[in-house]
Design a binder for this molecule. Structure first.
Ligand code: MEV
Length: 324
């Protein structure tokens, strides 16, 4: 028996250490953000239709066949979600899905993973099928493939599970074998800033893959070094050692620059963060523009957010809570 309304939600995420190297089997550490996306599903005889008022087009409707432009992959991922939930027939697909919330799209804060998981949870709820985390993860991976080509699975795993965790891609990844919740010894105050992306995640990951195929050795060494920083980051996180975490943020950012995934805008955000009193700063997510994380003393956060706004960037402050 179908319910008339289904709801689901999922947080955004930040990668503290190890982006890109995680695609090549090294560990990464990520944390769920306190803000995210929510989805609501209702019956609609003109469906399937998707609305994402916060992401532009003034709430315009996205349909499966005619999205075009930047909504093309969203519409294809929406089709995958309907299929994954078992809404196959034209009649079963008579739904309207509305997605809203505070994660900006396409800047490295897990918008596509939050979109995928929130929409899946809402559709499963609407269809009256309880879904285990494993089922949501497998379905979200199919949607993330539409968005990103060859994702590691890190983004939708942290977004599904929440908290702060270490992730390492396995040969035959399962939730249990790839994901380990981590203790955080002290709350982390972060300022997240961003500029528009020059390339999509799919584009940055593909370009890095080409370069690594041409010059495997130097890239493998950089991935190894990032893996080492991530392991040290895990210890510093658990000890609540902010100075050491800042140093490791800086180190990880330098290695990401060496991989070629940082842009002038990323460098400018990192440099403003450091001048604004950060313990350390790094790009987060795929790079190619997009978001930068600054680990901050709490009392300096609001002045750094104002600096970014004055310079024409967007920014917000957020906290990752301590966990035993
Ligand atoms: C994107 O948020 C993180 C990357 O490591 C890609 C991935 O893990 O799939 C760049």
């Amino acid at each position: 028996m179908k319910r008339r309304v289904g709801t689901g939600a999922a947080p955004g995420k930040v990668i503290l250490f190890g982006e890109h190297a995680v695609v090549y089997g090294r560990p990464a550490i990520a944390a769920a953000l306190g803000t995210g996306l929510g989805a609501t599903v209702e019956a609609d005889a003109t469906g399937p239709v998707l609305r994402i008022p916060a992401w532009g087009r003034g709430g315009q409707q996205v349909r499966l066949e005619s999205a075009g432009g930047s909504f093309e992959s969203i519409s294809r991922a929406f089709a995958v979600a309907l299929t994954q939930v078992g809404l196959i027939s034209a009649e079963a697909r008579q739904v309207a899905v509305t997605v809203d919330g505070g994660i900006p799209p396409g800047v490295g804060l897990g918008s596509s993973a939050a979109f995928s998981v929130a929409v899946l949870r809402a559709l499963f709820d609407y269809a009256g099928h309880p879904a285990s985390p494993q089922t949501v993860l497998a379905a979200a991976m199919e949607m993330e493939r539409v968005f990103h080509g060859t994702p590691s699975g890190l983004d939708h795993t942290i977004v599904t599970h929440g908290g702060c965790a270490r992730f390492q891609r396995g040969q035959a990844p399962t939730f249990e074998s790839t994901f380990e919740s981590l203790p955080v010894g002290r709350p982390l105050t972060l300022v997240v800033s961003w500029s528009p992306r020059e390339l999509t995640t799919r584009g940055v990951v593909a370009r890095l893959r080409e370069r690594r195929e041409r010059y495997p050795l130097p890239f493998e060494r950089l991935f190894d070094a990032i893996g080492e920083v991530t392991r040290e980051g895990q210890v510093a996180l658990s000890n609540g050692d902010l100075e050491q975490l800042g140093l490791l943020f800086d180190h990880n950012h330098g290695l990401l620059s060496a991989l070629g995934v940082s842009t002038l805008a990323n460098e400018q955000l990192v440099s403003l963060s450091r001048r604004g009193g950060a313990y350390g700063a790094k790009l987060t997510g795929a790079g190619g523009g997009g978001a930068v994380l600054a680990l901050m003393p709490e009392e300096r956060c609001s002045s750094l957010v104002s600096t970014f706004e004055r310079e024409g960037f967007k920014a917000f402050a957020t906290t990752i809570e301590a966990t035993p």
